[in-house]
Structure formats: C-alpha cells, structure tokens
Design a protein around this ligand. Structure first.
Ligand code: DAH
Length: 340
C-alpha cells in the first residue's frame, strides 16, 4: 500500500494536462467518490495498527497534494484564457492615458508675461551661469556687499568670477549692453541661491525682472505700471502701496505690497493681519548702472522691478509651502488643472 501511495504521489507531481478536461478526469480518478483515495481509505481500515499512523499521514499527504495540484492547474489555465481574451476583446473600453497639465509655476509665469506684453514689454533671456560683472558689478554692488558672500551665491570652484545667477537682474545688464533705449523688457528665468531649503526658501526659484528705459521715464510711470500688473494678477479691486527700501541698482528703491486678496485687506493669517502682501522690489535705475552700460544719464532715465514667481503663485493660490512646487506630487499639481 505504501508503494502505491508513493507511485500516486509522483504521478500527481508529474501530471501535465493538455486541457481542462484532462484535469477534471484526473480529479475524478483520484478524488472522486469511487476514486483511488476512497479505495485507499477503505483499505486503510483493515491495516494493522502498527502501520496505521504512518499510512494515515501518507494518504492525507496524497489527498492534499492532489487538491493543491488541481487547483494550481485550473488557476493557471483560467488566467491564460483571461489574458488571451484581453488581447482579443476589441469591445473592451480603452485604458485612458492620464494627460498632465502645465506646472503652476509655468502658468503663473505665463500670466505675468502676458500682462506685461499687453503693455508693450518684450521678453529677454540670459544665461543661468553668469559672471560677476552681470550679476553684481554692473549692478552697482559694492565690492564688499554681503550678497556676494559664499553663503548666498553658488560660485564655480575653479573660477570665482563665474557663478550661478542669484537674480534675473543680470539679464537687464545684458539687454542694456546690447540695445539702445528705448528699452522695455521683462526677463523671466531661474535663479539660484545657497539657501537651506524650507517652506519659505529654496535654492532654485524663478523670478521675473522688468526694465523700462526711455526719455522722461518717472516714478509715477513705474507706480502705474505696477498697479496695472497687481490689478490684472490679483483682481481689479487690488490696491498697492510702496515702502522705501534699498537695492544697489535702484535709487530710490521701494518694496511693493498688494492689498491681501484673501481677506480684501481686513486682515487674515496669510497677510499676518496687516492687510498687505509683499510682491516685489522696484526702483528708478541707479545712474551708475546706466553708466556701466554706456547709456547717457543726461538723456535717459528708467525704472526696474523684480518679483519671485513662486511667491506670486503662493499668494494667488494660497500655497503655504514652497517645497510643494518641486516635489511633483500629483495630488498637489492636479489642483491646478481647472485653472488653465
Ligand atoms: N534683484 C532683486 C532680488 O533678487 C529684485 C529686484 C528688486 C529687482 C528691485 C529689481 C528692482 O529690478 O528694481 O531680490
């Protein structure tokens, strides 16, 4: 009896059916009511008690092995039928490709560009890897100015004259060098600063710079241009205010605030209960900057401004963590789909 069980076990192990029917026949032969296992159990009743324990185990082993084998065979045949089906079933609905959308930073950058092109500004571009002249010296940064410090600027190790631009103001220098006034440009681009990454600072971000140089350009022109921008970007009811500030490349300089579009100026936690949100720096181009680019300061004046795209996008859409823009998390990005 032991030998028969062993033979049956190896038959089960080696069984390779050609069809579902062969599996079913095999199942009936072994597990069926009148099958081999039933016979074995019958015989088992008659064996002597000293071999009962061992034989019982063997018969059970055969039973379990057969059941498992049959189940496995059925499953693999069924799944191969299914996959054959899915190739051939042309009536099945198509799997839709998920289509991405523009990144919120690209959307806001485009909006800024659109607003200024409506006012007649052209778009100018410049290199991200710059030299000290275009980022600092031509913009009237004194030799010992802290912005040149290793802490803020990524310098190229082998040549400290070459660096990653820390602001897009470098593009205005290139534009002034290569064009004669009147000049009316905006300069969008990526900038780099050696900052620890947090919810409010990143080592890579985007700026849009503006520059307008012509005969008789005044502070009033600048104020009206920025008011137009603020109302187009944040709503027609927006107000602006200017606070005196300092930049080496403008004199006088100002920081621009827009009335908080979330609380309408009443005060909320976004505007820290002041009713105002800081959106950019600006000022009248310092004569030293014009002289560096060979522009006649007797004839021409100009204004410049610079803003962070991430900051404008944060204020416009209530984003409270700068890092979200760089993580490519679809749950964040998909919230901007409807806004295009
Ligand atoms: N370059 C400045 C910065 O990165 C921003 C800026 C301020 C640009 C005033 C300007 C300006 O053109 O007039 O912080």
């Amino acid at each position: 009896m032991k030998n028969r069980i062993e033979e049956l076990l190896s038959r089960v192990g080696e069984f390779v059916p050609a069809s579902m029917k062969e599996i079913e026949d095999f199942r009936i032969e072994i597990l069926g009511k009148k099958g081999v296992l039933t016979q074995l159990f019958e015989e088992f009743k008659t064996v002597s008690s000293d071999v009962k324990k061992e034989l019982g185990k063997d018969i059970n082993l055969l039973k379990v092995a057969t059941i498992n084998k049959i189940n496995d065979l059925k499953e693999s045949i069924e799944s191969s039928i299914e996959s054959a089906d899915s190739v051939e079933d042309i009536t099945k609905p198509a799997l839709f490709e998920e289509i991405g959308t523009r990144h919120p930073i690209s959307m806001v950058k485009k909006e800024i560009i659109d607003i200024f092109t409506r006012l007649g500004f052209n778009i100018a571009d410049g290199p991200e890897i710059e030299d000290d002249w275009h980022v600092f010296s031509a913009l009237n940064f004194p030799e010992e100015h802290p912005a040149r410090d290793m802490q803020d600027t990524f310098f190229i190790e082998k040549n400290p004259d070459i660096l990653l631009r820390t602001h897009t103001s470098s593009i205005q220098v290139r534009v002034m060098e290569n064009n004669k006034p009147p000049i009316r440009v905006i300069c969008p681009g990526r900038v780099f600063r050696n900052e620890a990454i947090s919810y409010r600072a990143h080592c890579i971000f985007h700026q849009v710079e503006g520059l307008y140089i012509d005969k008789g350009v005044s502070f009033a022109d600048m104020k009206q241009t920025i008011l137009y921008f603020a109302q187009e970007m944040f709503g027609a009811k927006s107000k602006i205010r200017m606070r005196p500030s300092y930049f080496p490349f403008t004199e006088p300089s100002a920081e621009v605030d827009v009335s908080c579009n979330l609380c309408g100026g009443k005060g909320c936690n976004v505007c820290k209960y002041t009713g105002w949100l800081e959106i950019m720096g600006c000022g009248m181009v310092d004569p030293n900057v014009l002289i560096s680019s060979n522009i006649d300061t007797e004839e021409y004046t100009g204004f410049a401004f610079g803003m962070g795209v991430e900051r404008i996008a944060m204020l416009k859409y209530g984003v409270n963590d700068l890092r979200l823009y760089f993580e490519n998390d679809l749950r964040f990005l998909q919230q901007f789909e409807a806004i295009i």
